[in-house]
Design a protein around this ligand. Structure first.
Ligand SMILES: Cc1cc2nc3c(=O)[nH]c(=O)nc-3n(C[C@H](O)[C@H](O)[C@H](O)COP(=O)(O)OP(=O)(O)OC[C@H]3O[C@@H](n4cnc5c(N)ncnc54)[C@H](O)[C@@H]3O)c2cc1C
Ligand SMILES: NC(=O)C1=CN([C@@H]2O[C@H](COP(=O)(O)OP(=O)(O)OC[C@H]3O[C@@H](n4cnc5c(N)ncnc54)[C@H](O)[C@@H]3O)[C@@H](O)[C@H]2O)C=CC1
Length: 498
C-alpha cells in the first residue's frame, strides 16, 4: 500500500502540534474560514490555550496559558477535528501525513508547529535530565526529592529559574560565560540579580505583570507517555511543583563557580561501574565529598570534578523537525529550525511552520530578533493562520506589526523583567551608547541608544517605564536633547513625552 491508498480524509488545513503555536494557528484558521475543514494533529493529549490575553502596550502583551482537554477546542469550533497521534511521515509532493497509528490524512495546506526539545549534553536518563513539558518537570521533581546535590549546566532561562527555585539541595551551577543569565542579561544586570541568589525568598511573591502558566491538569492518567513529547512548559512552570531536595533545610549551599566553564570538553560519566571506578582513580575530591560516592560525576573543562545525584542539562533546544524531513526537501537554518519567510511559508509548497520548530528567515525589522519564547510562538501561530487563510482566499497580507519590535515580559529572581528591542545591543557592533540607572535590590534600568535614538531597553523591578520606553523605541524620536535626564528618577518621564 502507498500512503495515497490509505487516506482517511483530506482536510483543507492540517496543523501539527497542540502547543501554543499550533493552537493559536488552529483558532485563527477556524475563526477566519468557518466553512473550511481544519484538523489539529497532536501527540500530547492536552492543548495549550491562551486565556486572558491583554495588550499591555502596543507590542507588549501578557496572557495566561492553560493546559486544557482538546474537547474545549472542538466545542468552540465545529469545523475542527482533533486527532490524537504523532505525525510519523510527511509527503509534501502528495500532500499527505501519516500518523503513528498508521492513519493517513490529506491536506491542502499544512502548518508544522511541533515545537522543540531539550538539547541535552548527553542522553542518559535518569542521570541527565532536561526540562520541557509537564512530564519532564515532574520527573525532575521526583528525582530532586531524593537528591543531595545536583549540577545544573546552562545559563539561559531554565537554569536561571532553577538555581533560584531549588531548595534543600546543594546546587552546582556550571556556567561557561563570565556572567549569569547570558541569554537575557549583560554583566550589569547579572550583577544586580546576584544578591538575590543568596537571599531568602520573599514569603509572598510580588505582583507581577507576567504571563502565567497553569500546570494544573486532570490526574486521570491521560498524561502524555514518555515517547510522546508534550508541549513546552512556560512561565511559572515551577509554581505548584515543590522543588526541594532530600535535605529539607532552608539553608542550603548554592555554589557559583564562575570559572567552571566547560562545554565541548565536558564529560559526564554515568552510573556505569567501569567508568565510575576508572574515573575515581583520578578523582580529586572537593567540597568535602571525599567519603561519598555519587551516581554520576561531572568533569568540567577547568579540571574540577563533582559528584552529584543527577545533572540538569538546561542547554537550549533543538527544533522537532525529524518526522517531517524524510523524503522531503526542507531548507533548514543553522539552528536546525525549518526556514520560514515572512508569511511563515517553508521551502516546501503549501507547508507553513510556526513557533519553536521554525527559524524566522525574513529580513527582520532592525528592532526584532527571534527567541524561542511563549509570546513569539503565539504571534507566529496567529500570523501563520492568517497567512494560510489569506492564501486560500487569494488575499494578501503584510507581516504583522508585532514583528516590528522584540518584546518580552518575564520574571527572574522574583523581579519583573521587561526586554525591548535590541536589549543587549545585539548586532549593533560598537556603535551604541548605554544609559544606566541602578538601585541595589530595587531596580535596574538600561537603555540602548544608537544615533541618539532608543533601540533597546532592559527594565528590572517596578520601574513603570515599559510603556513609555516602548513608545520611544517605536517612534524613534531623537533623544539627544534630554541627555541623562531620560533616566533621572526625579523627572516624571511620562509627562515629559506626553
Ligand atoms: C521549562 C520552560 C520554561 C519556559 N519559560 C518560558 C517563559 O517564562 N516565557 C516564555 O516566553 N517562554 C518560556 N518557555 C518557552 C516556551 O514554552 C516555548 O517557546 C513555547 O511553548 C513554544 O511553543 P510551541 O507551540 O512552538 O511548541 P511546544 O509547546 O513544544 O508544542 C509542540 C507541540 O507539538 C506536539 N508534537 C511534537 N512532535 C509532534 C509530531 N511529530 N506529531 C504531532 N505532534 C507533535 C507536542 O506534543 C506539542 O503539543 C519555557 C520553556 C520551558 C521548557
Ligand atoms: N522566563 C523565560 O523567558 C524563560 C524562557 N525559557 C525558554 O525556554 C527555552 C529553553 O531554555 P534553556 O534550555 O534555558 O535555553 P536557553 O537557550 O535560554 O539557554 C541555553 C544556555 O545553555 C548554554 N549552553 C549551551 N550549550 C552548553 C554546553 N555544552 N555547556 C554549558 N552551557 C551550554 C548557553 O550558553 C545558554 O546559556 C529557551 O527558548 C528559553 O528562552 C526558559 C525558561 C524561562
Amino acid at each position: 500500500f502507498t500512503m495515497a491508498d490509505k487516506i482517511e480524509k483530506t482536510f483543507k488545513f492540517v496543523v501539527v502540534g497542540g502547543g501554543i503555536a499550533g493552537v493559536t494557528c488552529v483558532e485563527q484558521l477556524s475563526y477566519s474560514l468557518q466553512s473550511a475543514d481544519v484538523a489539529l494533529i497532536t501527540a500530547s493529549p492536552h492543548i495549550k490555550a491562551v486565556t486572558n490575553y491583554k495588550q499591555v502596550a502596543k507590542v507588549l502583551e501578557e496572557f495566561d496559558v492553560e493546559e486544557q482537554p482538546t474537547s474545549v477546542l472542538e466545542e468552540k469550533f465545529p469545523n475542527l477535528t482533533v486527532i490524537h497521534s504523532a505525525v510519523n511521515t510527511l509527503n509534501t509532493r502528495s500532500h499527505l501525513v501519516e500518523t503513528a497509528d498508521g492513519k493517513v490524512y490529506g491536506y491542502e495546506k499544512l502548518c508544522i508547529c511541533s515545537g522543540a526539545r531539550p538539547k541535552l549534553l548527553i542522553q542518559d536518563k535518569p542521570y541527565v535530565l532536561g526540562i520541557r513539558d509537564t512530564d519532564s518537570a515532574q520527573e525532575f521533581q521526583k528525582q530532586l526529592t531524593k537528591a543531595r546535590k545536583i549540577v545544573v549546566v546552562g545559563n539561559g532561562g531554565i537554569a536561571l529559574e532553577l538555581v533560584y527555585e531549588v531548595e534543600g539541595c546543594e546546587v552546582i551551577w556550571a556556567v561557561k560565560d563570565k556572567t549569569i543569565g547570558n541569554t537575557f542579561f549583560d554583566a550589569g544586570a547579572a550583577q544586580f540579580l546576584i544578591p538575590s541568589l543568596g537571599a531568602d525568598k520573599p514569603e509572598r511573591e510580588a505582583a507581577c505583570k507576567r504571563t502565567r502558566y497553569t500546570t494544573d491538569y486532570p490526574t486521570d492518567g491521560r498524561g502524555s507517555g514518555p515517547t510522546e513529547p508534550g508541549s513546552a512548559l512556560g512561565p511559572d512552570w515551577h509554581r505548584g511543583l515543590v522543588l526541594k531536595g532530600a535535605e529539607w533545610v532552608r539553608t542550603f549551599a548554592k555554589l557559583l563557580f564562575w570559572n567552571l566553564i566547560l562545554k565541548r570538553d565536558m564529560f559526564i560519566s554515568v552510573g556505569n561501574k567501569t567508568l565510575l571506578t576508572l574515573f575515581k582513580k583520578n578523582f580529586s575530591p572537593c567540597c568535602g565529598q571525599a567519603s561519598r560516592t555519587w551516581p554520576v560525576y561531572v568533569l568540567l573543562t577547568n579540571g574540577k570534578t563533582f559528584g552529584c545525584d543527577f545533572v540538569v542539562s538546561a542547554t537550549g533546544v533543538i527544533p522537532n523537525t525529524e518526522p517531517f524531513l524524510r523524503g522531503n526537501n526542507f531548507a533548514l537554518a543553522d539552528d536546525g529550525g525549518l526556514r520560514v519567510d515572512d508569511h511563515m511559508v517553508t521551502s516546501e509548497p503549501d507547508v507553513y511552520a510556526a513557533g519553536d520548530v521554525c527559524t524566522a528567515c525574513w529580513d527582520h525589522s532592525p528592532l526584532w530578533q527571534q527567541m524561542r519564547l511563549w509570546t513569539q510562538a503565539r504571534q507566529m501561530g496567529w500570523h501563520a493562520g492568517r497567512c494560510m487563510a489569506a492564501c486560500a482566499l487569494s488575499e494578501t497580507i503584510e507581516l504583522d506589526f508585532c514583528f516590528e519590535l522584540f518584546s518580552h515580559i518575564t520574571k527572574f529572581f522574583n523581579y519583573k523583567v521587561f526586554l525591548l528591542g535590541k536589549f543587549n545591543a545585539q548586532g549593533l557592533g560598537s556603535d551604541y551608547e548605554l544609559l544606566l540607572r541602578y538601585t541595589k535590590g530595587e531596580e535596574y534600568v538600561k537603555v540602548v541608544l544608537q544615533g541618539g535614538r532608543m533601540v533597546g531597553a532592559v527594565l528590572i523591578g517596578e520601574t513603570d517605564l515599559e510603556e513609555t520606553f516602548e513608545n520611544l523605541i517605536l517612534n524613534q524620536m531623537d533623544l539627544t536633547p534630554y541627555g541623562e535626564d531620560l533616566l533621572n528618577p526625579n523627572i516624571d518621564i511620562e509627562d515629559y513625552f506626553d
